[in-house]
Every structure is written in structure tokens, then in C-alpha cells.
Design a protein around this ligand. Sequence first.
Ligand code: FAD
Length: 432
Amino acid sequence: MAKSLLSTLRTTSRLATHSPHLPKSYTASKCSTRNFSATAKRPLMELSGFSEEQLSVRDAIFKICSNFSDDYWMEHDQTETYPHELHAALAKDGWIGIALPEELGGSGLGISEATMMLQSIAESGAGLAGAQSIHANVYATQPVSKFATPDQRDRFLRQIITGKWRTCFGVTEPNTGLETLKLKTTATPTKDGSGYTISGQKIWISSAQVAQKMVLLARTTSLEDVKKPSEGLSMFYIDFDLSAPGLEAKRIRKMGGRAVDANQVFFDNYLVPKDSLIGKEGQGFKIILHGMNAERCLLAGEALGLGYAALGKASRYAKERIVFGRPIGMNQAIQHPLASAYMHLEAAKHTTYHAARMYDRSDPNHKDYDPSITQYAVGVACNSAKYLAAEAGYTACERAVMSMGGMGLAPVSREMIMNFVGEKVLGLPRSY
Ligand SMILES: Cc1cc2nc3c(=O)[nH]c(=O)nc-3n(C[C@H](O)[C@H](O)[C@H](O)COP(=O)(O)OP(=O)(O)OC[C@H]3O[C@@H](n4cnc5c(N)ncnc54)[C@H](O)[C@@H]3O)c2cc1C
């Protein structure tokens, strides 16, 4: 499993295939075989403590992702083309339904395994683009699975699992930002009671150009008329049909992460059937939190995946790149920040998989259900995981980029500036 990851990283390295500046020794065949964690012998991430299921997920996902090279991701980013093939490959082998019930065709596993799946996608080199093309289908469907009627679940979720449909997540609005309880998009019952008309605007909706369904949070009671601010919102699982009247999605131009579209979505009396409502009217905020906590775990996994992938590439480069007569990784200014980033990733990994376990075990249908785990505790754990993993992943990527100098597109060398000041100003011995 780890072998397949590392060979993927190695054999698909964009730098290795395109850069004339890399040392000639930077090839898969000449990589060191020392028992150092960035070699093929050991995975970078410590794997002890994971369940058999999680390790099998990791193995299988790396195998699938090894068919998607760095060049594939580069091209899809530059041409702003959706990575349909990854979604199709994962759906074909049943991975989209990893955390959905077996009776609907899913795997019946939990967010603990789904987090490993999203981490592995990101870590394979697919990065955030790969993860973003999949994750809403996993987390946004959690509240549908938990709160829909059996009939709704049957009609809505099977096609997500087979990959025929894709889902997007419609919460954020341009004028309310993170103040979700103030959101303004309305769902108004039709006069004949057969449905709702949706009016309002959403922003930053990922995958709206390719989705057939949307998990929508909309206001069914005005803010002035509710007892508690959290009570006027309802969650819907709607058909997202851009050819129907009253619905429009406009792509937002971005400077990065361009393979997966982000959109402004406009609803103007867009009609949806009554049974698009999931759970009770007015309870949508509480219901959708089950999706948001799952999302936090998946995003934490993705941040870890990015961090480990970056450290893997950087430490291999630091071993091979010779300047001033020695590998750059011999300099502690390069080595120590990478080692520190690794330890932060490992710590964040524990927090992440602890949160995912809490999420799973707070579900009464889970085999290891623990009624002592409150939703409050799940929220704290999932938020903490997302925060710590994002920090650790960001630090690892930043340090990896700096270690790779020009190959990391880092035009300024902090280390050489500090060598200069240390030696010339402070009078310390020259360190290289
Ligand atoms: C690429 C991308 C994809 C996304 N995909 C989706 C999606 O599919 N579906 C979806 O619903 N949303 C999506 N989002 C939206 C995302 O989840 C956030 O809700 C959104 O980015 C918040 O941005 P804002 O500008 O509205 O934040 P604002 O609420 O305007 O906040 C701006 C800044 O101020 C800070 N801030 C605000 N209030 C406070 C406070 N009280 N104290 C301290 N700091 C504060 C915030 O942390 C933030 O840094 C996506 C966003 C991006 C960028």
C-alpha cells in the first residue's frame, strides 16, 4: 500500500519528468534504500493504530489514484477541466458510498474510513482538486442518510453511490458569509401544497456545473418569527437542474484550484417537490450540522494528505540535491523544519482520527455506538481536528516549498540570508 503511494509519487513526479535542473540522480531507480521514512521501505505516515478497514481503504485508494498522474492534475488545473475520470473510477469500485448504508449499495463504513479515503486521494498527488471532486458526495449525503425517510433515501442516495448523480452543497450566501443563521434564501410552500419555490442566492458552491443534486439550506420561517435563530431553516435535497426555469450557476474565476468549479447560484422561484424536504421543517440547521462535522473530518484528512505528500517530495529532493558539496538536507535549517512539520502532522493525525471516531460512535446505528458522546463533544472534536490538521498541512507545504528552492518556486532563500547574518554579523562559525 505505502509502496504504491511512494511509487506513485516517484514515478509521476512532474518535476522529475519536466525539469532540466534536477539532479540526474533524481529518478525512481536511484533513490536511496536506507530505512528512512521517505524511502519505499516505510511510509511517511506512521500507520500503527489504524483499523484493518482503514488500511485496506488506503491501499485500494492509492491503487486507483496511481492511474492519475501529476501531469493529469496539472492539465486539469490549467484547462479548468473537471476530473470526471477520478469520480467515475471511484464510483465504479463502490467508493462513493463508503459511508452510506449497505442496503442502498454503500459500504456501510463510517467517517473514520471516509477520512482515510479523502486523505489518500489528496496524498496521492490529486491534492485538493481530487478531494473536492469527491468529498461533498460523502459528507453532504450524511444528513440525508440520517434524516430522510426510507423512501427518500432509496430514491436519492442509490444514484449518488453508483456515480450516476453527483451532489453539491448549498449553504454559503454572499451577504451573510459565515453567519449561517441569518441566511436569506427562502423556500416558500406552493399554494397547492405540492412543493416549494426557492428564491435567493448562494456563493462558492463547488461542483454546481456537474451536480444533479444539491443539499440546500433555506429559510422556511422569517428570522423575526422564530423563537430561536436556529429554528427557521430547513434542509432540502433538491434536483439541481440547470435547464429548468429559475436556476442559474455562474462559474467564479479563480487563480488556483481550477479543476473543480466554484459558482454563484441564483434561484428565482425555482420549483422543487414537497418531498425534497429532509427531516422536519425548521430543523435544518441541526440536521445539516451532521454534514458539517463529517466535512470537518474529511477536510482534516485532506490537509494531512497534502502535508505528507509535500514532505515526501521535499525530503526526497533534499536528499538528492547537492549544493556546496553536500545534500541540502544535511543542513539543519532544511532538515529541522521538515522534521518539525512531520511531528505536527502526526499530532494532527491523532486528533483527526479521534474526531472521526467520535463522529461515528455518536451515531445510534453504529456498531460501537456510545450514548455518552454528545453532539457538542463531536463538534468540538471535529472543529479541533480541522483546525490542527489545516495548520499542520499548511506548515508542511510551506516548509516543503522552501526546501525545494527554485523547484518549489521559492525565489528568496531564507536559509542563506540567515547564514550570512549568523556568520558576518554575529561572528558565528561558517556552517557550510
Ligand atoms: C474554493 C471554495 C469552495 C467552497 N465550496 C463551498 C460549497 O461547496 N458550499 C458552500 O456552501 N460553501 C462553500 N464555500 C464557502 C466556505 O465554506 C466559507 O463559508 C466561505 O469561504 C466564507 O467566506 P466569506 O467571505 O463569506 O466569510 P465572511 O463571513 O465574510 O468572513 C470573512 C473573514 O472574516 C472572518 N470573520 C468573520 N466573522 C468573524 C468573527 N466574528 N470573528 C473573527 N473572525 C471573523 C472569517 O473567519 C473570514 O476569515 C467554499 C469556499 C471556497 C473559497
